[in-house]
Design a protein around this ligand. Structure first.
Ligand SMILES: NC(=O)c1ccc[n+]([C@@H]2O[C@H](COP(=O)([O-])OP(=O)(O)OC[C@H]3O[C@@H](n4cnc5c(N)ncnc54)[C@H](OP(=O)(O)O)[C@@H]3O)[C@@H](O)[C@H]2O)c1
Length: 257
């Protein structure tokens, strides 16, 4: 399929007219980003496994005059992430931004040997990001433009007892983002990695150990709303094309860790 060589931005916000693919768009940070970016004139392509949620979000956004489609996507399956990116190009002609946001955080000390949870974090938090890059990069190279935004965490900067594997996956996201940044210079592609602190979403629900869940719940008492993240994404995207915002770390003002 032929892709358009330039996006049809028609306003000064540098978001209007952009085609933005979002993984993990069914709740939390992905959903908040879809709402804000669509309200600012982007066409959003929503991926997640809970298809009822993304279809309902896409319906709400289009009913309010926005442009949105929903595609069932499990980011652990390369072919499904490719199908998500292909659907964006088929429907809207190009991909301006790939927001690799899907993730989970089932914290537990290593000695509890939660091997299935380690596998899932590696599959979703690392391989899911790689599959997102693989799906978007060929289009962006052809366009000689694009922006890949990956979601790390404060745990991508710090390690602590109980979340070694989650922190390892989020350190990996930062390493991948920095490697990608250096490699895509010839193609005029921008890269951003965003590392949030505690933001109020469904993320703590992925903790399966009751004592750790209680500790995480306390850590989230000062959590800030998900639109804090959406604004960080909008800031990075809205900068002029020759400005590459590479890394954003933000926390609740009251968060010490
Ligand atoms: N909230 C925080 O405090 C915080 C802090 C730092 C970093 N983060 C990161 O932010 C990202 C978003 O998390 P959130 O806080 O918004 O949590 P959330 O509300 O639990 O959302 C997680 C999203 O990931 C999706 N997801 C999980 N597994 C998936 C899979 N196999 N395939 C496709 N999508 C999948 C979920 O969709 P389905 O279940 O419908 O597939 C959901 O939309 C994660 O990468 C997380 O690590 C969050």
């Amino acid at each position: 399929m032929a892709i358009e060589q330039s996006s049809s931005q028609s306003s000064g916000n540098n978001i209007e007219g952009k085609v933005i693919v979002i993984t993990g768009a069914s709740s939390g940070l992905g959903e908040a980003s879809a709402r804000l970016l669509c309200a600012q004139g982007a066409s959003v392509v929503l991926g997640a496994r809970r298809v009822d949620r993304i279809e309902s979000l896409a319906n709400q956004l289009t009913t309010s005059g926005g442009k949105a489609i929903a595609i069932a996507t499990d980011v652990t399956q390369h072919d499904q992430v490719k199908r998500l990116a292909d659907a964006a190009v088929r429907r809207f002609g190009r991909i301006d931004v790939m927001l690799n946001n899907a993730g989970l955080m089932p914290q537990a000390p290593l000695e509890r040997l939660k091997i299935g949870e380690w596998d899932r974090m590696i599959d979703v938090n690392i391989k899911g990001v790689l599959y997102g890059i693989a799906a978007a990069l060929p289009y962006m190279k052809q366009q000689k433009a694009g922006h890949i935004v990956n979601v790390s965490s404060v745990a991508g900067h710090k390690v602590g007892p109980g979340f070694a594997v989650y922190a390892a996956t989020k350190h990996a996201v930062r390493a991948l983002s920095e490697g990608l940044r250096q490699e895509v210079k010839p193609y005029n592609i921008r890269t951003t990695v965003i590392s949030p602190g505690a933001v109020a979403t469904e993320l703590p629900n992925s903790v399966s150990e009751p004592d750790i869940a209680e500790r995480v719940r306390k850590g989230y008492e000062n959590a800030i709303p998900a639109d804090s993240f959406a604004r960080a994404v909008a800031y990075a995207i809205s900068e002029p094309a020759d400005v590459d915002v590479n890394e954003i770390v933000f926390r609740p003002t009251r968060q010490e860790y």
